[in-house]
Design a protein around this ligand. Structure first.
Ligand SMILES: Cc1ncc(COP(=O)(O)O)c(C=O)c1O
Length: 381
């Protein structure tokens, strides 16, 4: 029986078109993009075509897109450099952010930077009123850093509304869009965004390549010093094959966005209905029936002596699912996101993250296996 992959929020398989573009580039484009000869210019054109594809996808100018090694680097760059270069004194964020935000915020603890964490409700929703209150009370320059799509529970942030508040209070607005770039439309201008981040491996592209959007009015200074790559912002010879793959992955994601989204919405609805019918005492974390990404569904079951083995049991049965955030699965450490919702942290959480490659049959097989694994555990409590 084929394995079923339900961990697309962690990473995604490379599409054949992406692999082909990468392979062709590896085999034929070897010049250094900083060289002025034909081979160098051929490599440079791949960087610029990819930049054009991404800028168009988010309604940015070409000069506002910089390539990075992925979402982690992009987010680190924004937070650290906003403090260093833009005179930001206060950062307003939330405990639901990815560790590549929260752990950077931790480093500001013994400094003059004031970090304000908004308080999510039990569904992980943030209050615009609380954000506005803090914007009003904060002195000096403020950076609001709130993720667009949560990687553990799927909650979506109303980008336009937050952007409008940031504009009103003259604050910089950063959103970690790693889980949403390519999946739902993002218009950096309409949303008043100053910074966003993206990562190719979340949309069927290669790992180790991503981008940061930096609005022209929020010009942070060079981040890695050396050569003049990325217009002096990030030195180092560019990763040309990965950029070629990133371009194709982005093009395919944008071209098929509406169709992929509609299919995943159907899958999500079907999965929830099946689980509710078949499994006793199942709950869903986050704003699953409200504003959330259709591809991320976080489920909880009562804790049992077998809970720790649940992920492995699913794996043995042929399903790749994860427990909370992929970045902490396998480590004996609870999810900081589930903990921040303030619910029963003793329950066992599983994150099912879908893609348009999944089918109704995958869901039926998953629910049949879940039925076998979960109720047995519940009875043995
Ligand atoms: C919301 C979010 N931000 C940032 C990252 C980090 O991205 P990357 O793996 O490209 O460093 C991830 C990856 O799990 C993520 O889900």
């Amino acid at each position: 029986m084929n394995r079923i992959y339900f961990d697309h929020a962690a990473s995604t398989p490379i599409l054949p078109e992406v692999a082909e573009a990468m392979h062709n580039t590896l085999m034929t484009v070897f010049g250094n993009p900083s060289s002025i000869h034909t081979e160098g210019r051929k490599a440079r054109s791949i960087i610029e075509e990819t930049r054009k594809t991404i800028a168009k996808a988010i309604n940015a100018s070409l000069g506002e897109v910089y390539f990075t090694s992925g979402g982690t680097e992009a987010n680190n760059m924004v937070l650290k450099n906003a403090i260093r270069d833009l005179g930001v004194q206060t950062i307003i964020s939330s405990p639901l952010e990815h560790h590549c935000i929260t752990h950077v915020l931790d480093t500001f603890k013994d400094t003059d930077v004031h970090v304000i964490m908004l308080t999510p409700d039990e569904k992980g929703r943030l209050s615009l009123a609380e954000l506005e209150k803090n914007l009003g009370l904060s002195k000096g320059k403020v950076l609001v850093s709130l993720m667009h799509g949560n990687n553990e529970i799927g909650n979506l942030l109303p980008l336009e509304a937050v952007g409008a508040l940031c504009k009103e209070y003259n604050a910089y607005f950063h959103s970690d869009t790693v889980q949403t770039f390519g999946k739902i439309p993002i218009d950096v201008q309409a949303c008043g965004l100053h910074f966003i981040s993206g990562s190719a491996h979340k949309l069927n592209g290669p790992k180790g390549i991503g981008f940061v959007y930096i609005n022209g009015d929020a010009a942070i200074k060079p981040y890695i010093h050396g050569g003049a790559q990325e217009r002096n912002m990030r030195a180092g010879t560019e990763n040309i094959p990965s950029l070629a793959g990133f371009k194709v992955a982005t093009q395919l994601a944008i071209e098929n966005q509406a169709q992929r989204f509609a299919h995943i919405v159907e899958l999500k609805q079907a999965l929830i209905a099946l689980l509710q019918d078949e499994i006793e005492d199942i709950t869903f974390n986050g704003d699953v029936f409200g504003e959330s990404l259709p591809n991320i569904i976080s489920l909880s079951f009562p804790q049992t002596p077998k809970s720790e083995m649940l992920l492995f049991s699913f794996d043995i049965e042929g399903f790749a699912v994860s427990g909370g955030s992929a970045c902490s699965s396998g480590v004996d450490q609870g999810s900081h996101v589930i903990a921040a919702l303030g619910g029963d942290t003793t329950r066992t959480t599983i994150r099912v993250s879908l893609s348009a490659m999944n089918t109704m049959d995958d869901l039926q097989r998953f629910v049949a296996v879940a039925k076998k694994l979960v109720p047995v555990s519940v009875l043995e409590r």
